[in-house]
Ligand binder design. Structure first.
Ligand code: NAG
Ligand code: NAG
Ligand code: NAG
Ligand code: NAG
Length: 360
C-alpha cells in the first residue's frame, strides 16, 4: 500500500523533472534557431563586404518579441520604383524579377492607360488605398513609369519606400531618340514609333526638329517632383526644388544608371529581405545584353555644346548632380574612413542595468 503511494510520488517527481528539462532544451533550441536565421543573412554569397555587414547586435540572442517586430518590418515592405524611361530600368527590374521567387516577395508592374505618367485623382486614391491594404502581396515591389506620388496626402497610416535610378540627362535623351527609331534587343519584334527614320541625333539638332528639342529632357525632374501641375512645366525652378526635396525626404535610395553595381550592392546591404544574393546574381548574369538600344551614335561635340546651352538641360543636370552627390555621400558613409571596413554601431551604457545584478 505504502510502496504504491511512494511509487506514484516518484513517478510524479520524475515527470516534473523531465518536463523542466524538456522545456529548457526546447527554449534554447528556439533561440539557437533564431540566431542561425540572422547569421544566414550574409552567408549565401562570398562577398566579403556583405559578410562583414552582419551586425553583432542582430546576431545576439534577441528576445523573441524584438525579433518578431524586426521580422514584421521586413514582411510589410512596400517598395515603389517609379522608373524613368531609358535609365537602365529594365536591367534592374529584370534582376528584381529573378530574385522574387528565391527571396519570397511579389513584383507587380503598374500599367497605366496610354502610358500616362500621372494618375487621375480618383485613381490616386484607389492606388494608395489598394497597395496599402493589400497584405497578401506584401512584401511587394511595384514598378512603373509613374511620377512620384505622396502617400501622406491621403491619410495613410504608412508610407511606401521609394527607390529610383537617375541618368545623365543628355545620355538619356540620345538613348531615347535612337530607341524610338531602332528599338532594342529586348523586344526586337516591336515596331517603334519612328521606325524607318534614319536621321541621326546630330542632324536632328542641327535642323531643330522636335524629337531632339531639349524640352524633351524635362522628365527626371517631373518624375521626382510628382503629381502637381507645376512639375510638368519645363524650366520651372519650383519643380526642380520640389524634386530635390522629394529625393532626399521621400526616397530611400536613388542610384545612378552609370553606377548600377554600387546601387545594387547598397540595396543588398540595406534590404537583404528582398535583395539577398543580388550582387552575385547581377555579376554572373550577362548584363551587357540585357537591354541595349540599337544603332546608337554618340553625338558630336558641337551638338553636345548646343544642348548644354538650354535651360532645361542645365536644370535636369543640376538634379542629376544633386542625386549623384547624395548617392556618393551615402556610399562613402558605408565604410570606415581610410579603411575598407563596414561601419557598425552598438548600444552600451544601458541603464538601469537590464539584468539588475551588476554594480556601477
Ligand atoms: C498595358 O496594358 C495594355 C492593355 O492591356 C497592354 O496593351 C500593354 O501592352 C500593357 N503595357 C505593358 C508595358 O505591358
Ligand atoms: C487591389 O487591387 C487588385 C486589382 O484590382 C485586387 O485584386 C485586390 O483585391 C485589391 N486589394 C485590396 C486590398 O483592395
Ligand atoms: C553576353 O552578351 C554579349 C553581347 O550581346 C554576347 O555577345 C555574348 O555571347 C553573351 N554571353 C553569354 C554568356 O550569354
Ligand atoms: C524575369 C526575367 O525577364 N528574367 C530574365 C532576366 O534576364 C536574364 C538574362 O537575359 C533571363 O535569363 C531572365 O529570364
Amino acid at each position: 500500500m505504502i510502496t504504491t503511494k511512494y511509487f506514484f510520488l516518484l513517478i510524479l517527481i520524475t515527470a516534473g523533472f523531465a518536463f523542466i528539462l524538456l522545456y529548457h532544451w526546447f527554449s534554447t533550441k528556439v533561440i539557437l534557431a533564431d540566431k542561425q536565421l540572422t547569421i544566414h543573412l550574409g552567408e549565401d554569397n562570398n562577398e566579403q563586404l556583405i559578410h562583414s555587414n552582419v551586425n553583432h547586435w542582430q546576431t545576439a540572442p534577441a528576445k523573441l518579441d524584438d525579433a518578431a517586430t524586426y521580422r514584421n518590418y521586413d514582411e510589410q515592405f512596400v517598395i515603389i520604383y517609379n522608373r524613368v524611361p531609358k535609365t537602365g530600368s529594365t536591367s534592374f527590374v529584370n534582376l528584381t524579377y529573378d530574385l522574387c521567387k528565391k527571396n519570397a516577395f511579389h513584383v507587380l508592374h503598374i500599367n497605366i492607360t496610354a502610358n500616362m505618367h500621372v494618375l487621375s485623382l480618383p485613381n490616386q486614391l484607389k492606388f494608395v488605398r489598394n497597395i496599402t491594404a493589400w497584405d497578401s502581396m506584401k512584401p511587394a515591389f511595384y514598378h512603373g513609369h509613374m511620377a512620384f506620388l505622396d502617400f501622406s496626402k491621403f491619410g495613410m497610416p504608412s508610407k511606401p519606400m521609394y527607390i529610383n535610378l537617375i541618368r545623365q540627362p543628355l545620355d538619356r535623351l540620345v538613348s531615347y531618340y535612337y530607341f524610338l527609331r531602332y528599338g532594342d534587343d529586348y523586344r526586337p519584334y516591336l515596331v517603334r514609333h519612328r521606325a524607318g527614320d534614319t536621321m541621326t541625333f546630330d542632324e536632328c539638332v542641327a535642323r531643330q526638329k522636335p524629337d531632339c528639342d531639349p524640352t524633351n529632357m524635362w522628365l527626371q525632374i517631373p518624375f521626382f517632383c510628382g503629381h502637381h501641375a507645376e512639375c510638368w512645366n519645363p524650366g520651372s525652378s519650383w519643380a526642380l526644388e520640389q524634386a530635390k526635396r522629394n529625393l532626399v525626404n521621400d526616397y530611400f535610395l536613388v542610384g545612378l544608371t552609370e553606377e548600377m553595381d554600387e546601387f545594387i550592392e547598397l540595396l543588398e546591404l540595406s534590404l537583404p529581405r528582398l535583395y539577398r544574393g543580388a550582387v552575385a546574381h547581377f555579376q554572373k548574369s550577362n548584363k551587357s545584353h540585357l537591354r541595349k538600344t540599337k544603332s546608337k551614335v554618340e553625338p558630336a561635340a558641337e551638338t553636345v555644346a548646343k544642348i548644354k546651352e538650354s535651360a532645361v538641360w542645365q536644370m535636369e543636370n543640376e538634379l542629376y548632380e544633386f542625386a549623384r552627390d547624395q548617392f556618393h555621400f551615402v556610399q562613402r558613409k558605408l565604410r570606415t574612413p581610410g579603411r575598407n571596413v563596414m561601419q557598425d554601431f552598438m548600444y552600451e551604457k544601458i541603464k538601469p542595468n537590464p539584468n539588475g545584478a551588476a554594480k556601477n
